[in-house]
Design a protein around this ligand. Sequence first.
Ligand SMILES: Nc1ncnc2c1ncn2[C@@H]1O[C@H](COP(=O)(O)OP(=O)(O)O)[C@@H](O)[C@H]1O
Ligand SMILES: [Mg+2]
Length: 208
Amino acid sequence: MTAKKRGVFIVLEGGEGSGKSTQTAMLADAVANLGRTPLTTREPGGSPRAEEIRKVILGDESAGLDAHTEALLFAAARADHAHQTILPALGRGDVVISDRYIDSSVAYQGVGRGLGVAQIQAMSDWATQGLVPDLTVVLDIQPEVGLARASDANRLEAEPLDFHRQVRQAFLDIAETDPQRYHVVPADRSPHEVHSDLWTCAAAVVAS
Ligand SMILES: Nc1ncnc2c1ncn2[C@@H]1O[C@H](COP(=O)(O)OP(=O)(O)O)[C@@H](O)[C@H]1O
Ligand SMILES: [Mg+2]
């Protein structure tokens, strides 16, 4: 009998319409083909309570929500997601694939909203008790192209183009801080091309 592998935690990050949801599904299929069990999840959300918080954060009724309140709601949702969904799945040895995680808060709230990278990072680390992905893939795309693709308009997508440009740069800056754990994939290509690129690094992590 082979030893049971511990779980693997992979995160897909990027702006609106960069292809995170599409690539999450394609990655899950590839993981299953390797004989591992994928668990796809998303933020904000990913657990019943966190999905409720998602409705509050992204709903129109939260127009004008104070940036600090917004950041705390993201952190609260993430804490529940980490403890109720991600950690149990990793304990079972699953390959967890999350559509967004901490870096989205750092990029959108820390940089886009100007709340500070260090503050948002520290709060997120506290909320998740230091749960760090094994691999984070940043799907990089011009905001104009991504926003034109995105169909499920929400409150954050309605921000001006400059906000989305700042968010894009923030993801690239974060990726540069740890080239071992981050992989930037140009996302203005066909879904298949993006997946192939993504899979070259993800397969190594999943098989490790
Ligand atoms: N590589 C791609 N090229 C063109 N369209 C894409 C590509 N990937 C996804 N799409 C389409 O763009 C839209 C947004 O993709 P999605 O995966 O939902 O992005 P995200 O989850 O990052 O917002 C969807 O309609 C999807 O079918
Ligand atoms: Mg999506």
